[in-house]
Design a protein around this ligand. Structure first.
Ligand SMILES: [Zn+2]
Length: 340
């Protein structure tokens, strides 16, 4: 491997958010579809289908197929045809329906025009160092507290990146898709939860009454009170301003991302699969996610059940952190850790 590629690989390994940034902005402008990979290139909607539909990708017998190949394999009704290595389960059929809906807005292929890369972070569509540097400063500049809120926590990189998109107001809400021309002007862009307000990023993630109930539930879970933040920035600022001891902070810092992520997944379940979950069930699921993420990211052992059922007890119990050999380090930490 050349030194240049070695440096690039090292940077990606140490800062995975840079890879996400590149992948989300380097999209394929589709021409005849002969070069673009159906599953692994970002040619439809700013993300690659392998990441958005990982189960379908893993089951596909045509992982290397081009867009052109899949396009030409459509049936007489112009439905996309997939060759999976086994029959799909019911929930996988739901994923397939979601993929089909997504592909219904697929742009037409343009004969004799090769596919090419386009850089979405600049108006010209051409990559520039300054655009990448501007993004870096915005997300990681020393004066920006948001960087630690979004990136330094136990959430998986994919979720952290979603948090960044939410912070930038770039998640693919109905309102956003209509603004960039992917939805017709006459398409209903009402919030799927309250069915009253337009589905903007800030509404569906924070201000919708349905969603606001969830945020309030979790703030109360921690025994705190707050007022409605005006933006995701305000939300993250407030969250970062709450003081906790070191170990409690490991849990606290992941809560907003777990909520944002879960709300968006619930929204997608409602829109694409018609699945409605009770608020109580959704909140319980978010607690499980928080517990599992923290448990997975740090070499700490505690009962997931403890965190879910009695957070206060977890916060006040004596705490041990374990070193690499499994021996406890001191006993001054303040979140219970138990070997399971
Ligand atoms: Zn709403």
């Amino acid at each position: 491997m050349s030194k240049i590629w070695g440096d690039i690989v090292n940077i990606v390994a140490s800062r995975p958010e840079l890879l996400h940034f590149f992948r989300s902005n380097a999209v394929v402008s589709i021409g005849d579809g002969q070069i673009a990979s159906f599953w692994t290139d970002s040619w439809s909607g700013g993300f690659c289908l392998r990441d958005e539909f990982p189960r379908l990708y893993s089951l596909s017998n045509g992982k290397d197929g081009s867009v052109s190949l899949y396009h030409s394999n459509r049936d007489a009704s112009r439905n996309w045809v997939f060759n999976f290595r086994r029959p799909l389960f019911a929930w996988e059929e739901g994923e397939l329906r979601r993929l089909s809906i997504h592909l219904s807005s697929f742009p037409l292929l343009i004969a004799n025009v090769p596919d090419c890369l386009k850089w979405n972070a600049t108006p010209s569509g051409v990559f520039s160092v300054s655009s990448a540097y501007h993004w870096f400063e915005l997300g990681f500049g020393s004066s920006c507290m948001v960087s630690s809120s979004l990136w330094k926590n136990a959430a998986p990189p994919r979720v952290q990146f979603f948090g960044w998109l939410a912070w930038r107001g770039r998640i693919k809400t109905a309102s956003f898709l209509r603004r960039i021309g992917m939805l017709n002007g006459n398409v209903d862009v009402c919030c799927i939860f309250c069915k009253e307000m337009e589905e903007t990023s800030i509404h569906v993630l924070l201000h919708c009454p349905f969603v606001w109930w969830i945020w309030s539930y979790f703030v109360n879970w921690w025994g705190l009170q707050w007022v409605l933040p005006g933006s995701v920035q305000d939300l993250l600022d407030w969250w970062a301003g709450c003081r906790h001891t070191k170990m409690v902070k490991k849990i606290w810092s992941v809560v907003p991302l777990a909520i944002l992520w879960s709300i968006w997944k619930q929204r997608n379940d409602c829109v694409f699969n018609g699945v409605q979950r009770s608020l109580d069930a959704l909140c319980e699921n978010i607690k499980v996610i928080i517990a599992v993420w923290v448990k997975s990211a740090f070499t700490l052992d505690y009962f997931v059940y403890d965190l879910i059922r009695d957070l206060n007890q977890v916060k006040i119990m004596p705490q041990f952190e374990y070193d690499g050999s499994g021996e406890p380090i001191g006993c001054t930490l303040d979140v219970i850790i138990k070997t399971t």
